[in-house]
Design a protein around this ligand. Structure first.
Ligand code: PLP
Length: 422
């Protein structure tokens, strides 16, 4: 790999950015541009992109119809703060798609949406406790940081922040539970049900699917205890299916949060849910229960048109079948190549979002990934990168722009990774 441009850009980044980057992804990769399912770094190296902006670029980079819609909106105004027409249209489309959504409120990031969803559950119920699952990701709020990727495994339901700077008392407001453990959930609600404001869950936790009946079980527990069920659909919304994880798994939450795909790669997210809960955002109706929420860029028109066009393309016949087909092809490649290594592995996730975990045991929760073979995982990721595949550490995000040539390149990389692991 040539290092001239990269060195120059890294030096500049290191001078002005802590850890030399934006805090998101390996800062040694500095991207210059993207097109379709490919991105190019500052040295002109070309990668097949399975990071795709951490999920939002489901149509690939620079989709011509999205670009056209954004260009038109740029001439009509970048931002207004006032309610504007593209956001109303986008809200209509989302409320039409997501089973739980009578109404929605726009914000700018998924983490912000999750923070407000949890606050909404507290405001609606007048209770204090939030249940979250160990290893689940719900953004950077104080509650979201509890047992996100814990380095030590505490007894449930004890919570531990993954970040410094969080008030000690926040631990006491979050109950941490193991994903996919019905019995534990029953016990937790039996002990604390009358104090539980809400339970927040990713329908697919990172890449770990819910076991049969698990989401229905938490739905039933929330209903029985008058607690609010929140699905964090920031990733799964419009990726899993038109109606998100709630459609795929057939369980309807009280509120869901959305981000990533609904902004088509622009900063846009939303809290969507039942009318009687969403009305807490309306001061005239909610009175003392009013939940104040304001944001300069909420419902930004440029982001809204990018989201609208992205969703419109996704609504066309065959898109989800195509995405699932791409995912299935990659899963088959992984399975065939890795079975020759003699190392135990599991391909975990949905066809639209998955990866390999090197373990002999079925992966059912965070602790199963915690005990997996991290050395093989690191080799796999390193060799994929050396073969010009850009992917997150424990995820592959397929996108609709992937061509046969890119699938072929992916297969070559997978075979090289399998050889290195052997
Ligand atoms: C499930 C889930 N929720 C929330 C978030 C936070 O979204 P954002 O990064 O837009 O704040 C993410 C981000 O990756 C996510 O994966």
């Amino acid at each position: 790999m040539s290092s001239s441009s990269k060195k120059k850009w890294s030096d500049r980044a290191n001078a002005v950015l802590p850890a030399g980057g934006f805090g998101n992804f390996d800062s040694s990769v500095i991207i210059e541009r993207g097109e379709g399912a490919r991105v190019w770094d500052v040295d002109g190296n070309e990668y097949v992109d399975f990071l795709i902006g951490s999920g939002p670029m489901l149509l690939g980079h620079g989709h011509p119809e999205v670009v056209e819609a954004v260009e038109k909106q740029l001439k009509d105004g970048f931002t207004f703060f006032a309610t504007s027409t593209p956001g109303i249209e986008l809200a209509e489309m989302i409320c039409g798609a997501m089973a739980c959504a009578d109404q929605l409120r726009f914000v700018s990031t998924g983490g912000e949406a999750d923070m407000f969803a949890m606050r909404l559950a507290r405001a609606f119920t007048g209770r204090d406790l939030i249940v979250k699952f160990e290893g689940a990701y719900h953004g950077m709020s104080d509650e979201g940081q509890m047992s996100l990727k814990p380095g030590r495994l505490l007894n449930f339901p004890n919570a531990e922040p993954d970040s410094a700077g969080i008030l000690e008392g926040v631990r006491d407001s979050v109950l941490v539970a193991p994903w996919n453990d019905k019995e534990y959930m029953s016990q937790l609600f039996a002990e604390h049900g009358d104090r539980i404001a809400g339970l927040i869950a990713e329908p697919l936790q990172r890449i770990i699917p819910p076991q049969d009946g698990f989401l229905q079980h938490v739905r039933d527990l929330c209903t029985a205890n008058d607690s609010i069920l929140i699905f964090d659909e920031v990733v799964t919304g419009f990726r899993f299916a038109w109606g998100g994880g709630q459609e795929k798994y057939g369980v309807t939450p009280d509120i869901c949060t959305l981000g990533k795909t609904i902004g088509g790669g622009m900063p846009l997210a939303a809290i969507a849910g039942r009318q009687d809960i969403m009305e807490l955002f309306d001061k005239k109706i909610a009175g003392k229960k009013w939940l104040m929420q304001v944001g300069t860029l909420s419902g930004n028109p440029v982001a809204s048109v990018a989201g609208l066009k992205t969703l419109e393309v996704l609504s066309r016949p065959g898109q989800y079948e195509k995405l699932r087909g791409i995912g299935q092809s990659i899963k088959t490649m992984l399975s065939e190549a890795l079975s020759k290594t003699g190392k135990p592995f599991q391909i975990v996730g949905d066809d639209t979002l998955f990866d390999v975990i090197f373990t002999k045991n079925p992966v059912r929760d965070y602790r199963d990934t915690f005990h997996a073979d991290k050395k093989s995982q690191a080799t796999y990721n390193k060799v994929m990168r050396e073969n010009w595949i850009l992917k997150p550490g424990a995820k592959i995000y397929p996108c609709l722009a992937i061509t046969d040539a890119e699938l072929k390149q992916t297969e070559i990389a997978i075979r090289a990774a399998a050889k290195a692991i052997r």
